[in-house]
Design a protein around this ligand. Structure first.
Ligand code: HEM
Length: 161
């Protein structure tokens, strides 16, 4: 398994986008900008729904309406995060797969948070029918926020290149 991963990482480093991200002076910060722009949209829309489920802030829209209104932007944000993250990774993939913080981030926290998010987003249609949300919805929303904080905590430990 490890050999397959290393082989894949080496192949990525030799791709045109891997070479560009690594060798061009401006490409890496530009791709970081893409990753961070996507993160603002993705995490912003995630937290907006979570906070509504928690009952924090404006109650004009129900959680079900918030989930529906933000759905498209939420997944557009994720697509941008993924594109930027994949390109950052491609430039120095062998170094990243050997980094413990990156392993926690991608191998554990992101899969967990992502699955949790999909469940919360789907269940928000039922939980968010009325202005008040049930206890389970508040628990799920708080857990989602904590899971993304774990992802961010691992991410900021990844050395900058
Ligand atoms: C979806 C949730 C994600 C979150 C919340 C997230 C968050 C972050 C944050 C906050 C940083 C900045 C670290 C810093 O500069 O101090 C970062 C960097 C990075 N991310 Fe992500 N990320 C996500 C997804 C991904 C994915 C899917 C990939 C790879 C396929 C990825 C690859 C990277 C890499 C390689 C860096 C290091 C860039 C650097 O600072 O040099 N990320 N991420």
């Amino acid at each position: 398994m490890h050999d397959i991963l290393v082989g894949f990482a080496k192949w990525l480093e030799g791709t045109p986008w891997g070479l560009m991200t690594r060798e061009s002076v401006w490409a890496y910060p530009f791709v970081q900008l893409i990753h961070f722009t996507g993160l603002s949209i993705w995490l912003g829309t995630n937290f907006a729904l979570d906070l509504r489920l928690l009952g924090v802030g404006s109650r004009r829209a129900t959680a079900a309406q918030v989930a529906q209104e933000l759905f498209a932007w939420n997944w557009i944000g994720f697509a941008i995060v993924l594109t930027g993250g994949f390109m950052l990774f491609s430039g120095i993939a062998t170094a990243f797969i050997g980094n413990i913080a990156f392993q926690w981030k991608l191998g554990l926290f992101i899969p967990l948070a992502l699955i949790w998010h999909v469940v919360v987003q789907r269940k928000a249609r039922d939980w968010g029918q009325t202005s008040d949300t049930p206890g389970i919805a508040r628990f799920a929303a708080l857990t989602e926020i904590l899971l993304w904080v774990c992802v961010i905590t691992a991410a900021v430990q990844i050395p900058n290149h």
